[in-house]
Unconditional design. Structure first.
Length: 348
C-alpha cells in the first residue's frame, strides 16, 4: 500500500483529550462473598489528545489495551479513574447511555460479519440511529437520508433492500461506516476496521475513510495491528505496551527514528517492498512473553523483554516525557542526563 500524505488537520483546541485513563477489571476470589483478589490492569494511565480532522493511530500487540481504550473513550466500557474531555466537556461525569456526546462519537467495528444484524435489511441497519435519536421526520426523509449515506460510502441506493449476507466483506464494512456517519459525528473510533478483510479490499476501505475525512472533517482514533495501514492513514501514532503508551510521535518522525526499543522492534518487523533493502535490514526479535496485566513487572513494563534494559529500568517506572516536536517517550534511555547516550545504547 503506497504511503499518501494525509490532509493537514485544522488548527484549534483539542477535540478529544484523555487524561490518566485507567480501566481495571476486578478479579473475584472464591467463597461466598467473592472478595476481589486483584485486578487486570487493561489500561493503566493512558493520556493523549486528538484534534479535529486528525487521525491518531493506536498500535501494539494483542492484549495491550488498544480496544479497551477505544471502548472507554466511547463510554461503552466503565472507566476506573481518569478523565475524558470531548468537545470541551468531561464526559466521564455524564451518563454513558444518555450523555450529550453520544451522537457525536461513533464506532466502526473490526468484524463486518459480526457487527451487522443478519435479520435486518441494510435500510434499517443504516437508518436505525436516525430513529433512535429522532432524526427521521417522515418516511420520505428517512429513505432519502439512507440513500445519501450509502452513496457517501460508494454503495448504490437500491442496495438498501438487501440483507448483509448478500454483500462481500468490504461492502459490509462500508455499510458499517455508513451507519457510523448517520448521526454526523465529529469523531469515529475505528477498531481494526480492515484486519478481517482481504488485502485487496483493505486499500478500498482505507481510501473511503480518508476521503470521508477530507470531505467531512472527521477525526479518527484508528486502532490497528498493521503498521503499513496505520502509516497510510495517520497524522500521529501512539504505541501501547501492556496498558500504557510508551511512545507517541508524528507519523513520519516515528517511522524514520523510533525512540523506544519496543517501537523499534515493531517497525523492524514491517516488510519493505524493495528486496534489496529488505535483505540488508536488521530484524529485531523481542524475546520472551508479554507479562500478565494482572501482575505487571515493576519499573519499566518492557524491561523483561528489552535488550538494552538497565538496572534503573527494573526499579523506576519511566514517565512519558515530552521530547519536543510533538514527540513523547517513556524510556530511561531518553530521560535526563543519559539522553545523550541513547543512540549508542540502541545501536549496540
Amino acid at each position: 500500500m503506497a504511503t499518501v500524505t494525509p490532509p493537514k488537520p485544522p488548527a484549534g483546541a483539542d477535540l478529544l483529550r484523555v487524561d490518566d485513563l485507567r480501566v481495571h477489571f476486578p478479579l473475584p476470589g472464591a467463597g461466598l462473598f467473592r472478595k476481589s483478589v486483584g485486578a487486570v490492569k487493561a489500561v493503566d494511565g493512558v493520556s493523549f489528545t486528538l484534534a479535529a480532522g486528525e487521525t491518531l493511530g493506536l498500535v501494539g500487540e494483542s492484549g495491550c489495551g488498544k480496544s479497551t481504550t477505544g471502548l472507554a473513550v466511547l463510554r461503552m466500557q466503565p472507566v476506573t479513574t481518569g478523565q475524558i474531555w470531548f468537545e470541551g466537556v468531561d464526559i466521564t461525569q455524564q451518563q454513558a447511555r444518555t450523555g450529550t456526546f453520544r451522537r457525536r462519537m461513533q464506532m466502526v467495528y473490526q468484524d463486518p460479519y459480526g457487527s451487522l444484524n443478519p435479520r435486518m435489511k441494510v435500510r434499517d441497519l443504516v437508518g436505525e440511529p436516525l430513529q433512535v435519536h429522532g432524526m427521521a421526520d417522515n418516511a420520505s426523509a428517512y429513505q432519502d437520508r439512507v440513500a445519501a449515506l450509502l452513496k457517501t460510502v460508494g454503495l448504490l441506493p437500491d442496495m438498501a433492500d438487501r440483507y448483509p449476507h448478500e454483500f462481500s466483506g468490504g461492502q459490509r464494512q462500508r455499510i458499517g461506516i455508513a451507519r457510523a456517519l448517520a448521526l454526523e459525528p465529529s469523531l469515529i473510533i475505528c477498531d481494526e476496521p480492515v484486519s478481517a478483510l482481504d488485502v485487496s479490499i483493505q486499500a478500498q476501505v482505507v481510501n473511503v475513510l480518508q476521503d470521508l475525512q477530507e470531505r467531512l472533517g472527521l477525526a479518527y482514533l484508528f486502532i490497528a495491528h498493521d503498521l503499513a495501514v496505520v502509516r497510510h492513514l495517520s497524522h500521529r501514532i501512539a504505541v501501547m505496551y501492556l496498558g500504557r503508551i510508551v511512545e507517541i510521535a508524528p507519523r513520519d518522525a516515528l517511522y524514520r527514528e523510533p525512540l523506544h526499543p519496543y517501537t523499534e522492534a515493531l517497525l523492524s518487523a514491517v516488510p519493505v517492498a524493495d528486496p534489496a533493502v529488505e535483505k540488508t535490514r536488521k530484524r529485531i526479535v523481542v524475546q520472551g512473553e508479554v507479562p500478565s496485566a494482572l501482575n505487571p513487572p515493576p519499573g519499566c513494563r518492557f524491561h523483561t523483554r528489552c535488550a538494552v534494559a538497565m538496572a534503573r529500568c527494573r526499579s523506576e517506572d519511566p514517565p512519558l516525557q515530552d521530547m519536543g516536536g510533538g514527540r513523547a517517550v517513556a524510556c530511561h534511555l531518553h530521560v535526563g542526563d543519559i539522553r545523550a547516550g541513547a543512540g549508542a545504547a540502541l545501536a549496540a
